[in-house]
Design a protein around this ligand. Structure first.
Ligand code: NAD
Length: 506
């Protein structure tokens, strides 16, 4: 660990991670040392530090350690309450280092400091405690009667939920420490062991988390952290025969390649992928809530949220008022450093991502969309992009079909209510949606018809660890959180017994 050199005055104290991997309970250097990845500050483009680009042999070591731990008497014999206690220990350590972790996350990912403090770190701590509680709540079923069982004896059967085994967790860059916990905490709670690979774009808080895990008393190998590129370290995890499941969050394209590669070893997979979620505003909506709600749905975290409300579908009678209101908010948002409390829009994660956003906006304009706010990159050194509102966007346009993952909303006028459901569902994605209306009947009827893993009514982007989360269609496979997490990290086993001596008791 070291303090950051030349730290600007507005930045709270930041402890950088050592850059070592967590393998078999130790913080170690990678084997084929020398190849490093530079962590860049998205707000300035400056190098923060570098960390290892692990090769297949480091991933093999990590998986070997996770497998040995999983098979060990210590792990197999550990009381569920004690697995929960490990997560609670880690929650206490994260809580103790909360401000430092929040600042590191903001530095590495460009997320606003008040957001990483209030949301990312809170989610991380809550996630650890939520799953700590689950560890001791795993039950099976008792099967009392089965007409297919032979009649010559008495049979009884029950089911158990068994941990799947070694989990390979792979995470994206938009919610780094929260996503790491989203994979690690349920894996441990449900009795699995885990190897986690964070995104090469934002690995620092996961590396720092590894240092806290090393302090928290986990058995060696229960949690391992390797860093590196997706095509190398990520692919090695997906290919490894001892990894029984991949818990992935990231883009749909990567999810597809992971699904295909997993077939070779018949791995279980959960895929939390991209989105193109509609924000639907009906004419009877409370516009004082709907307009800021629609703006927050897309501009929060500079649009780098999988559930961002990136398609704005608005009924004709209020279309102009809504667009004017959202554009006014967009124009008023202040771009700047994540450490400046006046900043409302931080940078995008990389220059590549900003170029992608900018290219898609240009494509939209070329295809006939009207820019009514933004449409340009920020002026400063950071990789900012101005919050952008595109009007008159039609379903066939590239901006309407592709996930932009930036602060860009595409608005479409609804002239006939019968268009709402087909338009909302006219996307390969199906992650989330929000409906803004004062009419309860319309809210619930529409919610049933929208193809999405989550539908919000008069709100957007509200996650809860107790609500199942995941996508339909190209937005993913399986669910995380809530009772669904049990299914994601365990497999049922049926145990059937034949009882002899049934006639002995009369
Ligand atoms: P990405 O797919 O480029 O990368 C995600 C992770 O996959 C990274 O760790 C990367 O190194 C790894 N990876 C890349 N290629 C791989 C391969 N061939 N094999 C194994 N691993 C590989 O995604 P990103 O750009 O980091 O994140 C943004 C995307 O994530 C967006 O599409 C967003 O919608 C999605 N996302 C989804 C959710 C959700 O819960 N549904 C949440 C956050 C982000």
């Amino acid at each position: 660990m070291s303090q950051l050199d030349n730290q600007p005055a507005t930045m709270p104290p930041i402890t950088l991670p050592s850059g070592r991997l967590l393998l078999d309970g130790e913080l170690v250097e990678p084997r084929g040392a020398g190849r490093m990845i530079d962590a860049l500050d998205p707000a300035t483009g400056n190098k923060i530090m570098s960390f290892p680009a692990c090769r297949r042999e480091d991933v093999d070591r990590a998986v070997g350690a996770a497998h040995r731990c999983f098979e060990s008497k210590t792990w197999q014999g550990m009381r569920p309450l004690d697995r929960g206690r490990l997560l609670e220990n880690l929650a206490l350590l994260v809580e103790k280092h909360r401000d430092e972790l929040a600042a590191l996350e903001s530095l590495d990912s460009g997320k606003l400091l008040f957001v990483t403090r209030a949301i990312d770190l809170q989610f991380t701590i809550d996630g650890l405690r939520y799953f700590a509680g689950w560890a001791s709540k795993i039950t099976g079923e008792y099967v009392t009667h089965n007409p297919l069982m032979p009649e010559d004896a008495v049979y009884r059967a029950y089911t158990q939920r068994r941990p799947i085994g070694v989990i390979g967790g792979i995470t994206p860059w938009n919610f780094p420490i929260g996503q790491a916990i989203q994979k690690i905490a349920p894996a441990i709670a449900f009795g699995c062991t885990v190897v986690l690979k964070p995104s090469e774009e934002s690995s620092l808080t996961t590396l720092r988390l590894g240092e806290l895990i090393a302090e928290a008393g986990f058995p060696a190998g229960a949690v391992n952290i390797v860093t590196g590129y997706g095509a190398e370290a990520g692919a090695a995890l997906v290919d490894h025969p001892l990894v029984r499941k991949i818990a992935f969050t990231g883009s749909t394209a990567t999810g597809q390649s992971i699904l295909a590669a997993s077939a070779k070893t018949m791995k279980r997979v959960t895929l939390e992928l991209g989105g193109k979620s509609p924000t639907i505003i009906l004419a009877d909506a409370d516009l004082d809530r709907a307009i800021p709600g629609a703006a927050a749905a897309i501009f929060s975290n500079s649009g780098q949220i999988c559930t961002a409300g990136s398609r704005l579908l608005v009924e004709d009678a209020i279309y102009d008022a809504v667009l004017e209101g959202v554009a006014k908010i967009a124009d008023g948002l202040q771009l700047g450093s994540p450490f400046d409390m006046a900043t409302q829009i931080g940078p995008l994660i990389s220059m590549r991502q900003r170029d992608k956003v900018s290219g898609l906006v240009d494509a939209g304009v070329a295809e006939g969309a009207q820019v009514i706010a933004g449409g340009v990159a920020g002026n400063g050194a950071g990789w900012h992009y101005r919050p952008t509102v595109l009007a008159d966007v039609t379903p066939g346009m590239t901006v309407m079909r592709e996930e932009i993952f930036g602060p860009v909303v595409c608005a479409t006028r609804i002239t006939d209510r019968a268009q709402i459901v087909p338009l909302a569902n006219d996307t390969p994605f199906g992650l989330a949606a929000s409906i803004w209306t004062r009419n309860l009947d319309h809210a619930h009827l529409l919610a049933e018809r929208i193809e999405a893993g989550t539908v919000w009514l008069n709100t957007h982007n509200v996650l809860d660890l107790a609500m199942p989360f995941g996508g339909t269609k190209m937005s993913g496979l399986g669910r995380e959180f809530g009772t669904e997490a049990v299914h994601a990290f365990t497999e049922p086993k049926a145990v059937c017994m034949r009882l002899e001596g049934v006639h002995d008791f009369g």
